[in-house]
Design a protein around this ligand. Structure first.
Ligand SMILES: Nc1ncnc2c1ncn2[C@@H]1O[C@H](COP(=O)(O)OP(=O)(O)OP(=O)(O)O)[C@@H](O)[C@H]1O
Ligand SMILES: [Mg+2]
Length: 450
């Protein structure tokens, strides 16, 4: 795959970067964030209605959970009447986090690091220096622990006397957390005064995907329940669609301290996604270019929206794939058929890098891709005049193992197969290619008349 040359489009950087928006990244979150007005209003009301919050934010992969919470944190950190302090780096919900001790250490570490980023003179304060040294020793004890504080340089001075934490008395750790929260409420940080903190815990889908982790996550929430009721601390836990229903709701003790309903995030609308991409190009326009050229026309984004059911990450990945195939000098945005052929080329390239297919296997894949609905192995065997026994072992298994096709549905004994979501655009490939070729031969024909 070729790397796109964004300067050709009059852009400084890739507008289709799929990482979440966050404070301090090269794409400024306050400009690049689009939509979600309803959610912001709800969150603002919730945050104004009391001095603590515990909310589950749920949604499918890539729907925009992290970006939305990062934007909310950013607004409350700098642009509200009463401000709340937060770390720009979220706490990741990995398997090592699932104890109260690890959770408190991560919170303290991420807050300390953020304070240092905003005002490095504050870390000389007695409390912060003490906490810094404390974390430093704790984490050096277990270097495999992934920690926010590592390498921050906070508290490297050894003149503060503290206990070496072979086992951490919980009361002491909780005390440190309270002290830090009070410090944040009492002191100006980076020119701002804060009345509390937001704690953002990201990606419960990652641990929940691991076998046997579910009951550990449920246990974890039971263990940190009292901590979640700390005044002036606002907790946001992000997870998959079923996170609240499966993890929080069944435990009445835990549920009772959460906001009674999760926030369920839906995909941005088509218009919002087009707007998102336009905004990014405005932000990333080269200073020396008079205008930028959109790599693809809006109809391409609309089509990708339908194919990927609004999943913005997949849409942007597909746009990256399209542009990576674009070798000529760009003069105008690609129209639908041109874009779908380039995307198809990129996907075929990816398949051939993943798995080597014989001509017959490719032909079979093309047949499945061209079919408007999933097919049984028997249907494919009949269509292509093959032995059904061969189809299953020799053809299907290879494509299934390579993640190109999957079982779509089963009716009784009949199994229906189709493309996996990543390769869905291959449905359009042949038809777009034929239309383009026809257009080309029509053009050749017209030119030959002169
Ligand atoms: N409201 C928005 N405005 C502009 N861009 C957005 C918005 N929401 C999400 N994006 C973009 O969409 C992509 C996916 O967003 P994000 O990473 O926040 O989703 P997520 O739900 O946290 O994903 P995951 O399930 O992988 O954690 C990112 O590239 C992000 O920049
Ligand atoms: Mg995320």
């Amino acid at each position: 795959m070729r790397i796109a040359n964004w300067q050709h489009f009059g852009l400084r950087e890739n507008p289709y970067d799929t990482s979440p928006l966050k404070e301090g990244a090269s794409l400024p979150i306050q400009k690049a964030f689009v939509g979600r007005e309803k959610e912001q209003t709800f969150l603002d009301h919730l945050f104004l209605s009391g001095n603590r919050v515990c909310l589950a934010v749920c949604g499918d992969v890539g729907v925009g959970k992290t970006s939305m919470v990062n934007f909310h944190k950013f607004q409350w950190k700098y642009h509200k009447e009463q401000l709340l302090f937060s770390s720009r780096k979220e706490i990741e919900a990995h398997r090592n986090l699932l104890t109260k001790e690890a959770f408190l250490l991560e919170i303290i570490g991420s807050l300390l690091r953020e304070i240092e980023l905003l005002d490095s003179t504050l870390v000389k304060d007695e409390l912060l220096a003490k906490l810094g040294t404390f974390l430093d020793i704790t984490y050096k004890k277990d270097l495999s622990f992934e920690a926010n504080i590592m390498g921050s340089g906070i508290g490297m001075s050894r003149d503060t006397v503290i206990d070496k934490p072979d086992h951490l008395p919980m009361a002491k750790l909780e005390g440190y957390f309270q002290d830090l929260l009070e410090f944040i409420r009492r002191n100006e940080i980076g020119g701002y005064r804060y009345s509390g903190i937001i704690v953002h815990v990201n990606n419960f889908d990652v641990v929940l995907r691991e076998e046997d982790q579910r009951h550990r996550v449920v246990q974890f929430f039971g263990e940190i329940r009292d901590l979640l009721q700390t005044p002036n601390a606002f907790f946001l836990f992000l997870g998959p669609s079923g996170f609240f229903r499966q993890i929080i709701a069944p435990e009445q003790r835990v549920k009772s301290i959460f906001h009674p309903a999760p926030m369920m995030l839906e995909p941005l609308s088509k218009k919002e996604i087009v707007h998102t991409l336009d905004e990014r190009m405005n932000i990333l326009k080269s200073e020396t270019a008079q205008k930028y050229i959109k790599p693809v026309s809006d109809e391409v984004v609309f089509r990708l929206y339908d194919i990927y059911q609004g999943d913005i990450r997949s849409i942007m990945s597909a746009l990256n794939d399209i542009v990576s195939q674009y070798s000529e000098q760009v003069r105008s945005p690609l129209v639908l058929d041109e874009a779908m052929v380039l995307l198809g080329d990129a996907l075929w390239e990816r398949i051939s890098q993943t798995v080597s297919l014989t001509r017959e296997q490719k032909q079979l894949l093309l047949h499945i891709a061209a079919s408007p609905s999933p097919l049984t192995q028997k249907q494919v065997a009949e269509d292509l005049h093959k032995e059904p026994a061969n189809i299953s072992g020799y053809y299907f298994r290879r494509l299934k193992d390579a993640g190109v096709i999957e079982l779509k549905e089963q009716k009784g004994k009949l199994k229906y197969w189709g493309l996996t979501s990543q390769y869905l655009p291959l449905h359009e490939y042949s038809a777009s290619l034929i239309r383009l070729k026809e257009g080309q031969s029509e053009l050749d024909h017209q030119l030959s008349m002169f």
